[in-house]
Design a protein around this ligand. Structure first.
Ligand SMILES: NC(=O)c1ccc[n+]([C@@H]2O[C@H](COP(=O)([O-])OP(=O)(O)OC[C@H]3O[C@@H](n4cnc5c(N)ncnc54)[C@H](O)[C@@H]3O)[C@@H](O)[C@H]2O)c1
Ligand SMILES: [Zn+2]
Ligand SMILES: [Zn+2]
Length: 345
């Protein structure tokens, strides 16, 4: 089969690789019908995720049709259309028993396209299929469903739920990429009074408006002043960090009101300064997290019921055979306006 293979920093190739086979009794082999690329795949390509070895098939987001299952798999069978979650779960360890799949101790967690071969391929082996795949309702199309592999549960769980967004609140989302936009979309489920989006790029702020931000502000145009003006000088109830650089994390800790919450989603490669000399007196809660995808069944139900619009994240479609072109377009999001790029076959 063909797959997108990481060949070391800066190098990738869409090439022939052996078809995946069942390894353990809880595995499924899924024929990928839709996949999407994540900023994390680009991080890997830059060499920012050193544990990823050359030769690894990239990708952790996909929808497909089950082709084969191991002897111990009971909840999906060949022919089922499933969503492969970016997080795999053994279902048995203490974290999985608590629904904290991201921290799985039994061989799960973020493994697809990381420590095992991923979804940017014609087929993928999904370990722990019972806990790592979800049946896709008939009325949900592949490209909408694949937005639930990663971005929607991530923003909902690590941003909105960790931030404890409540009705009537002021929520600031710093970073309006796919993750920030998904945070805006899912924050709205809780009826905040206003959502303020902060980004450097005007096109991303425009997208934030379309996704429901009430106020948009460029990062270099004093978001602290704007948020202070909107809140009578108090600050935001919740600040969601959706970039992953020290500046934006530190900005979030300044934007939040006393008693408020900073929910960090961004993947950070550098240390940020925690200004405890200012924060200690402000009763601020800071959360971090890797997505668990424990909310995926709920989000799938909402998608099927028309309560979420996932299709609007998709700006570009490619046939899977044009994986290389899709990576190029996604990597040049500033010029191409790409949010999510979907590959289908
Ligand atoms: N915690 C998790 O489980 C998890 C899961 C998936 C992704 N992530 C992380 O979430 C973050 C966002 O992901 P994404 O796919 O939306 O990334 P992205 O790169 O597409 O979007 C980031 C946005 O931040 C903006 N930005 C950059 N610098 C800024 C600044 N100084 N001030 C304001 N805005 C700035 C960019 O213009 C861009 O629109 C990444 O760090 C990603 O790795 C975390
Ligand atoms: Zn991802
Ligand atoms: Zn586990």
């Amino acid at each position: 089969m063909k797959a997108m293979v990481y060949q070391g920093p800066g190098q990738r190739s869409w090439q022939d690789v052996p078809d995946p086979v069942l390894v353990g009794p809880t595995d499924a082999v899924v024929r990928v019908t839709a996949a999407t690329i994540c900023g994390t795949d680009l991080h890997i390509l830059k060499g920012d995720v050193p544990e990823v070895e050359a030769g690894r098939v990239l990708g952790h987001e996909a929808v497909g049709v089950v082709e084969e299952v191991g002897a111990a798999v009971t909840s999906v069978q060949p022919g089922d259309r499933v969503l492969a979650s970016c997080i795999s779960a053994c279902g048995r360890c203490r974290y999985c028993r608590a629904g904290v799949y991201g921290q799985c101790l039994g061989g799960g967690g973020w493994i697809l396209g990381h420590t095992i071969d991923g979804t940017h391929a014609e087929r993928v082996r999904v370990p722990f299929a019972d806990f790592s795949t979800h049946l896709v309702p008939d009325n949900v199309d592949d490209s909408s469903a694949v937005m639930l592999s990663d971005i929607l549960p991530t923003s909902f769980e690590v941003g909105v739920r960790n931030g404890n967004v409540q009705p009537g609140q002021t929520v600031v989302v710093v970073g309006a990429g796919p993750i920030g936009l998904a945070a805006i979309e899912t924050a709205k489920l809780f009826s905040p009074t206003r959502i303020v989006a902060v980004d450097l790029v005007p096109a991303r702020l425009e997208a934030a408006k379309q996704f429901g931000a009430d106020v948009t502000v460029r990062a270099d145009e004093d978001p602290e002043r704007v948020v202070a003006e909107l809140t009578g000088g108090l600050g935001a109830d919740v600040a969601i960090e959706a970039v992953g650089v020290p500046d934006t994390f530190e900005l979030c800790t300044r934007l939040v009101r006393p008693g408020g919450r900073v929910a960090n989603i961004g993947v950070h490669g550098l240390p940020a300064v925690l200004h405890l000399e200012k924060l200690w007196i402000r009763n601020v809660t800071i959360t971090t997290g890797l997505v668990d995808t424990v909310s995926t069944p709920t989000l799938l139900e909402m998608l099927a019921a028309g309560r979420l619009d996932a299709g609007r994240f998709v700006t570009h479609h490619f046939p899977m055979s044009e994986m290389d072109a899709a990576y190029d377009v996604f990597a040049r999001a500033g010029e191409t306006g790409a949010l999510k790029v979907v590959l289908t076959r």
